[in-house]
Design a protein around this ligand. Structure first.
Ligand SMILES: *[C@@H]1O[C@H](CO)[C@@H](O)[C@H](O)[C@H]1NC(C)=O
Ligand SMILES: *[C@@H]1O[C@H](CO)[C@@H](O)[C@H](O)[C@H]1NC(C)=O
Length: 495
């Protein structure tokens, strides 16, 4: 989990990239406000890249002329001024030929297989809380976490990146009465390549482990990847080990952390497998089909997979760690698109005599191209990867990070930029620790004092050392260490 089945997204990305290219060649003939809006976005991007590349003046002038003409057309068609990041209507999801578009639906699409929104600011998370029936992580909850952990809340909590929860208050109530809990998170290892977005749940889980001093289990769903992707079992197993190294490099405490590959652990732990079949027995085909959108041609393995992702939510799946106790509370930090798995898990839990796992949900990490999409591990330009060199980071941010800035320096100085849709600014909210500095950047960008190039430079200088340090730590991770983390064994905790 926490990597996503992305074929649809990749398609969406390809579709939108193609459309952009189309419209750069031709400014005429937009049929809808959305089409015109996309042409404007593309043309603005073109003007910016020509300027960055210090192209011929005549070429830049021609591109600016076309941009201005499109703005006039847009005003005529919609009655409003074109504004980057504000599409003409929320209804027009990814326009007409994306696979996720079904016309009348103005809701964001969020499930383990699809994430789609028409809004450049990203998914409407308040609406999602209502739709999913979870609870908002409000200031009161953040304050309680601070009180019980004794630590300043992590920036992901201070900034609403972890924004939604299920039953976190109950977890803290019990913790207050000296009843502790364990953490469970995971990853679907579909390739060796992990990007910075994949680190979000792990960075946060590491913080929770440290401040609450609790055990953690990390599931690598190599079996799921085998079922869904065109990969051999050996490849899936190898990706699991490679990904485990990146996970270990996040700094988890070996004495408190168990990382397991399903392909290995399922066969080694009868207790785990018993929970899998118990769950399977209590979930109907329609339940999983409804939640996960399986089709009639899906193989049986795919359909029973959700039970395997549910099983680590129950402490007796890990007898070496919890000595067979079945009632230790589980807390799952994950991205919100994983919630359907755990809604099902929570549904089943009381029927098989187990406590429901609690959840902390994060927002999505945006693709460099903008918050309408999640990143795709198969598009190197959609994200910053953990293997990127300083130079690659610089080029990707400069060339591909969607900008909320104005098209010309003059306009930008006069009207300011839009930090809400600016991907460089969004990335800084994830990774820049200093709240005051972040706020100042936002103000300066909004006022026009800070230019897009300067904002990108701050991001580049934040990411370069962060990625370099990760690579350095990963180099220190030996095969023996991986082996240690992946061996079922007692963990060191004090419940
Ligand atoms: C883990 O436990 C062993 C044995 O008690 C100890 O030697 C080692 O320092 C511990 N490692 C960490 C990272 O705390
Ligand atoms: C990524 O972007 C670079 C230039 O910005 C381009 O040369 C390369 O072809 C792109 N790669 C993909 C997979 O689109």
């Amino acid at each position: 989990m926490c990597i996503y089945i992305v074929f649809n997204l990749v398609l969406l990305l390809l579709v939108s990239v193609k459309k952009m290219t189309d419209c750069q060649a031709d400014g005429e003939g937009a049929n809808s406000p959305m089409e015109l809006y996309e042409k404007l976005n593309a043309q603005g991007e073109k003007v910016r890249s020509l300027k960055t590349a210090k192209a011929e003046k005549a070429e830049i002038d021609a591109a600016v002329q076309l941009l201005l003409k499109l703005k006039v057309d847009y005003k005529q068609m919609t009655g409003n001024d074109y504004k980057a990041g504000c599409p003409p209507s929320e209804n027009v999801v990814m326009s007409d030929n994306g696979p996720a578009a079904d016309g009348a639906d103005d809701e964001d699409t969020v499930d383990p297989w699809n994430v789609a929104t028409s809004n450049a600011k990203g998914v409407d998370y308040d609406k999602l809380i209502v739709r999913f029936g979870s609870s908002k992580i409000d200031q009161e909850l953040v304050d309680r976490i601070e009180k019980f952990s004794g630590q300043r809340p992590h920036r992901f909590l201070r900034r609403g990146i972890f924004f939604s929860h299920r039953d976190m208050h109950q977890v803290l109530d019990a913790y207050e009465k000296s009843k502790s809990f364990y953490l469970y998170t995971g990853r679907g290892p579909s390739s060796e390549a992990m990007h910075v977005g994949h680190l979000i749940p792990f960075i946060f889980t590491k913080w929770l482990q440290d401040v609450f001093d609790i055990p953690l289990v990390i599931q690598l769903t190599d079996d799921e990847k085998y079922l869904w992707k065109d990969l051999t079992l050996e490849e899936c197993r190898r990706f699991a080990v490679e990904n485990a190294k990146d996970i270990i490099a996040c700094g988890f405490d070996v004495n408190k952390t168990f990382i397991f590959s399903d392909l290995d652990y399922m066969g080694a732990s009868p207790e785990f497998y018993r929970n899998v079949v118990k769950i399977q027995k209590h979930v109907t085909f329609n339940q999983v089909k409804g939640i996960f959108g399986f089709t009639d041609s899906d193989c049986i393995g795919k359909i029973s997979f959700p039970a395997i992702q549910a099983a680590p939510s129950f402490s007796n799946s890990f007898p070496q760690i919890f000595g067979g106790k079945k009632d230790i509370q589980c807390l799952i930090p994950c991205a919100i698109d994983q919630d359907p798995y755990f809604r099902m898990t929570r549904d089943v839990a009381p029927r098989i005599g187990y406590p429901k796992p609690a959840l902390l949900h994060s927002t999505f990490f945006p693709a460099l191209q903008g918050a309408q999409t999640k990143m795709s591990a198969s598009d190197a330009n959609s994200s910053i990867f953990l293997t990127d060199t300083p130079k690659q980071i610089k080029n990707k941010v400069n060339k591909h990070a969607f900008s909320g800035g104005k098209d010309t320096v003059e306009e930008h100085r006069k009207y300011g930029g839009n930090a809400d849709v600016d991907v460089s600014f969004m990335y800084l909210t994830f990774f820049l620790e200093d709240d005051e500095q972040l706020e100042k950047i936002k103000q300066d960008y909004t006022s026009g004092a800070l230019l897009t190039g300067e904002l990108k430079k701050i991001l580049i200088e934040t990411l370069q050392p962060m990625i370099a340090q990760h690579q350095e730590r990963r180099k220190q991770v030996t095969d023996e260490m991986v082996q240690q983390f992946m061996t079922p064994r007692p963990l060191n905790f004090n419940f």
